[in-house]
Design a protein around this ligand. Structure first.
Ligand code: NOJ
Length: 533
């Protein structure tokens, strides 16, 4: 039965998640790359900000072909990031501050350097051969089918020595594991237990919808909507290479591994249309606790489009399925780059007041923008394969102060800082009443103060103004109305007669505490939270 039937206030429902990209958070040993001790050093900041959990992108031993998403040992720590002792200390220190720790679990593929793959490719009859996905060449000697790599080019690489192709949904250095093989599942369950025993509070599972592929390896159909500027993978609809019905058994099994450990969370990374996304809660709410909802990243930034999205998502959720929202991550252009800084403040309010668990991406709270990467400093392999699609601009170092290298490192960091690092940093912004950091922190504080914002119900409030999206969150007699101006014009908005409202927060500094009578004047790109009183 369900692994998710639990109190409405279990931490991952009422709480917030903060994603740390470990290479870019804090360097503690002067190599220009962030590490575990660096994260531990910054836990006070994370706790001060007011989030509840830290999700750390992969820290396992890895050749770093895809910066850790190519795992060579699922139960270790890469020396770049530190040691298992450093990890244990991080978990202990996080827990001391009541912060949960979520690990990135990368089960779809290992590194080509993983001993499992070394064995698998040794010969066709090696006991581990079937741990990966091997096929004979097509009659013309080419790849077995038309599946493409997410990073460009074919998804099949010929292993000359054994004369078969292996499948890799990403880089050729990231061979896909064969999740139809029970031995692979058992080994991976042991990996989960290894980290659960070390005290981790959950997992974000990488590309969870990819785990099972079509048994017959049928060609993917052409995508009629493909546009030339899109990554090559979009030429075909990923109908047979991912999102197969058998995947739910695999996820439910993972969920059952977590179940004896109590309130640990299973988050699934899923880029699928809404109706497919919500299937990942599982037929009996027995799969992902939180199938990551990236719809705010994919929806045009307009009040009407976002309002529709929220309504549609709320309607699509299975009964008992808990919503979640994501604005950005290490694979997507920064929110400030997508919609501009004034609207990034509106986005912060939206993220932290919609119903559902929000995931914040490190650096968004200081308004980090797209950082231009000179050609000779490109790191992301995707950028090399398909220029223009690289993810380095959103992976640049966190900016802590106006010192050398923004307090991130004592040497030139692995990726450049933003041009405005001297002013765009935590130290400069933490006490500034009008900074985006202060806005984030106040919102996170209000979520903790008001159950209506964290676990309360949701209803849209139609105001009839195109550029304005309004909704209410309510719980136990408390109602908070959120009004967001997506446009650049001011609006005078009548408040319901006979009601009194107090401004709890505005994206403009200095408004909180104001008691409203009559109308609300909403300035351009202003967002407010009003408490019905
Ligand atoms: C999704 C991760 O978020 C991304 O960074 C990575 O490159 C791919 N999965 C492959 O693991």
């Amino acid at each position: 039965m369900s692994g998710t039937v639990c109190s409405p206030t279990v931490w991952w429902r009422s709480g917030t998640v903060y994603q740390v990209y470990p290479r870019s958070f804090q360097d503690s040993n002067g190599d220009g790359i962030g590490d575990l001790r660096g994260i531990t050093r910054r836990l006070d900041y994370i706790a001060w900000l007011g989030v509840d959990a830290v999700w750390i992108s992969p820290i396992y031993p890895s050749p770093m072909a895809d910066f850790g998403y190519d795992v060579a040992d699922y139960c270790g720590i890469d020396p770049i990031f530190g040691t298992l002792d450093d990890f244990d200390e991080l978990v202990a220190e996080a827990h001391r501050r009541r912060l949960k720790v979520i690990l990135d679990f990368v089960p779809n593929h290992s590194s080509i350097a993983h001993p499992w793959f070394t064995e698998a490719r040794a010969s066709r009859n090696n006991a581990r051969r079937d741990w990966y996905i091997w096929r004979d060449p097509a009659p013309d000697g080419g790849p077995p089918n038309n599946w493409l790599s997410n990073f460009g080019g074919p998804a099949w690489t010929l292993d000359e020595a054994t004369g078969q192709y292996y499948y890799h949904a990403f880089l050729r250095e990231q061979p896909d594991l064969n999740w139809r093989n029970p031995a692979v599942r058992a080994a991976m369950h042991d990996v989960l237990r290894f980290w659960l025993e070390r005290g981790v509070d959950g997992f974000r599972v990488d590309v969870i919808w990819h785990l099972i592929k079509d048994e017959g390896f049928r060609d993917n159909p052409e995508n009629p909507d493909f546009l030339p500027h899109q990554p090559e993978i979009n030429r075909f609809a990923q109908v047979y290479s991912a999102d197969r019905p058998e995947v739910f058994d695999v996820i439910a099994e993972m969920r059952r591994v977590l179940a004896p450990y109590g309130d640990r969370v299973l988050i699934g990374e899923i880029y699928l249309p809404m109706e497919r996304l919500v299937a990942y809660y599982g037929p009996d709410l027995d799969c992902a606790d939180l199938p990551f909802n990236f719809q705010l990243i994919q929806t045009p930034w307009r009040a009407d489009a976002v309002a529709d999205l929220v309504e549609n998502y709320e309607a699509a959720l299975p009964p008992g399925g808990w919503p979640n929202w994501v604005l950005g991550n290490h694979d997507q252009p920064r929110i400030a780059a997508r919609i501009g800084l004034p609207q990034a403040r509106i986005a912060a309010i939206l993220l932290l007041t919609l119903r559902g668990t929000p995931t914040l991406y490190y650096g968004d709270e200081i308004g980090l923008d797209h950082v231009s990467i000179p050609p000779d400093r490109v790191q992301d392999p995707w950028e090399r394969n398909e220029p223009g699609h690289g993810r380095d601009p959103e992976r640049t170092p966190m900016q802590w102060d106006d010192g050398p290298y923004a307090g991130f490192s004592t040497v030139e960091p692995w990726l450049p800082l933003s041009a405005d690092a001297v002013s765009r940093n935590v130290e400069e912004m933490r006490d500034a009443a009008d900074s985006i950091l202060t806005l984030y922190r106040r919102l996170l504080g209000l979520r903790r103060e008001h159950a209506s914002l964290s676990v309360g119900s949701y209803r849209t409030v139609p105001l009839g103004v195109d550029e304005v999206f309004a909704y209410e969150r309510f719980e136990d007699g408390t109602t908070i109305r959120v009004i967001l101006n997506f446009g650049e014009a001011a609006h005078r908005l009548p408040l319901p007669e006979g009601t009194g409202w107090t401004v709890l927060l505005s994206s403009r500094a200095g408004q909180a505490g104001t008691r409203l009578r009559g109308d609300l004047v909403l300035e351009p790109s202003e967002g407010v939270l009003l408490l019905l009183s």
